[in-house]
Design a protein around this ligand. Sequence first.
Ligand SMILES: Nc1nc2c(ncn2[C@@H]2O[C@H](COP(=O)(O)OP(=O)(O)OP(=O)(O)O)[C@@H](O)[C@H]2O)c(=O)[nH]1
Ligand SMILES: Nc1nc2c(ncn2[C@@H]2O[C@H](COP(=O)(O)OP(=O)(O)OP(=O)(O)O)[C@@H](O)[C@H]2O)c(=O)[nH]1
Ligand SMILES: [Mg+2]
Ligand SMILES: [Mg+2]
Lengths: 281, 292
Amino acid sequence: FTFRRTLDEAFVEEIEAELFGADFGPETVRALLDGPNGIRQAWKDKTITEAEEVREFLKRNLKAMLTRREVKLAQAATPPTVILVAGVNGTGKTTSIAKLARRLRDDGKSVVLAAADTFRAAAVEQLTIWSQRLGVDIVTGKPQADPASVAYQGAETALATGVDYLIVDTAGRLHTQVNLMRELRKIRDVLSKKIPGSPHECLLVLDATTGQNALNQAKLFQAEVELSGIILAKLDGTAKGGIVVAINNQLDIPVKMIGVGEKLEDMEPFDVDKFVDAVFE
Amino acid sequence: AITRRFTDIIGNITRKKITEGNIKETLREIRVALLEADVAFEVIKDFLAKVEAEALGDRVLKGVNPGQQFISVVYEEMAKLMGPVDTSLHYAQQGPTVILMAGLQGSGKTTTCGKLALLLKTEQKRRPLLVAADVQRPAAVEQLKKLGEQIGVPVFSESGVKPPQICLHSLDFAKRQGCDTVILDSAGRLHIDEAMMAEVKEVAALTTPQEIFLVCDAMTGQDAVKSAKQFNEQLSLTGVILTKLDGDARGGAALSVKAITGKPIKFVGVGEKLENTLKPFRPDGMAQRILG
Ligand SMILES: Nc1nc2c(ncn2[C@@H]2O[C@H](COP(=O)(O)OP(=O)(O)OP(=O)(O)O)[C@@H](O)[C@H]2O)c(=O)[nH]1
Ligand SMILES: Nc1nc2c(ncn2[C@@H]2O[C@H](COP(=O)(O)OP(=O)(O)OP(=O)(O)O)[C@@H](O)[C@H]2O)c(=O)[nH]1
Ligand SMILES: [Mg+2]
Ligand SMILES: [Mg+2]
């Protein structure tokens, strides 16, 4: 005998708490509950009559909202394909780059890393250790060197060695730090001058535990360097990362990869069904 | 913005009272503002219910509408909930004072260790020792060593040993070196990782810290309650440090964490450098920032 929940206002409030708890944010939750395709309307139209139907209904709507489905990484017409990785402090950029490099390496691609975070203590050492564990080359500069010069060196090395992929790590920076955002644009410009058409991927790393501020981050990074995708890290925690729906809807940026742990193998292509189902687990 | 509407509330009391009806719209606006600010859903519900219950029947001030007056009550109660100002650091009566930093991955623990060491050295004339007890993140020990070099503070590390033993050994090292304050860095960990939570619990058991800080990122969303609750239950925190407040995150996590744990937010991180970027937490300023 299973206790069957009644579809009533109390139940809808529970669902609302669940949706907010997943960091979908007021606009998205409003649409899901009170919008023309929302629960309350479906309840009124008798499209939904049982409590059990509500979550499935929401899942379908959420999956429909996540319109962008590209998870494949770009591949340039001629190598190297250049991937620039950016984001605010501590989101998981350096670790995500190591994971990306592992996937590419296991896919038979050659990779070189550029340690263009020349600012933070031991940032270069951190990426260097990953490069050693991966068996891939790394380009580094002097401490406090201009990050754009390291990116340039990386591009030169990539061209000279005919490697398939160049991945450029950058320092964490708040989207509100105008000079640092300008520095990021300069890194991007230096890459595109040296390797026309690059960066072929410009990925923003978001921390899944971040709330509504992730939308501001995406907006401002998008304005500065035109993002091609998002890596949503730390989804192995309890945070659901629901903000990516608003990012998809308002900025049209796809989630390409998710980080699900701290090891090299802890990265998966974004799977809309898995992601949405996990929200309600 | 909401806060602009209450800062000029002064005046005489009228015969009008705050009722459910005349603050209904304002309540809705405040709720949306708090959700946009990342305050946890359940915390908003409990907090607003409590403030509403207390405000109902209050006499309205002259020249102010009930909604505006209610906002000022919300602001006062929020500042009160997150306060009082508490930047206390409990020093040991004998032997070194031990401070443990814990929290989720990337929240700013290692950097905050450096900031605190510098603050204690320059403002409190303490002789701190930094302990590099994160042995799993690549170059974590190196990171803390570099920060120590920058501020002239010694860093203790030990290879081939687990974090609880590293921390225990650091106390003897501190005594031998004449360091009176030991700041223990720790690896970032998930509150749902039983082994890692057990590990940091063991560190606390072996070193009996005078202060155990949860280092929490100011941009944390609804998850803040889940992680803070677990860290508090496992570690009996003595305080919270909110980092990256120099960004534009509204910081609703501050209200969530205080409401859920009851532990004081003592400091805030407002920058990546080590100098002058660790400030006392100001509840009224935070309330204003959260309300927007
Ligand atoms: N649990 C978990 N931890 C992660 C994940 N990705 C990264 N981390 C951890 O998050 C912390 C920060 O990762 P970094 O790669 O140094 O982050 P970053 O963005 O490069 O940081 P900065 O360069 O300082 O801005 C480290 O402890 C990582 O191990 C993930 O998917 N899951
Ligand atoms: N803007 C800003 N950045 C900060 C602040 N505190 C720390 N950071 C940055 O946040 C990033 C992560 O800081 P860490 O000290 O490495 O974080 P952590 O908690 O030790 O990370 P793990 O050990 O991997 O869990 C780094 O880029 C720091 O420079 C702050 O108050 N403001
Ligand atoms: Mg990094
Ligand atoms: Mg650390």
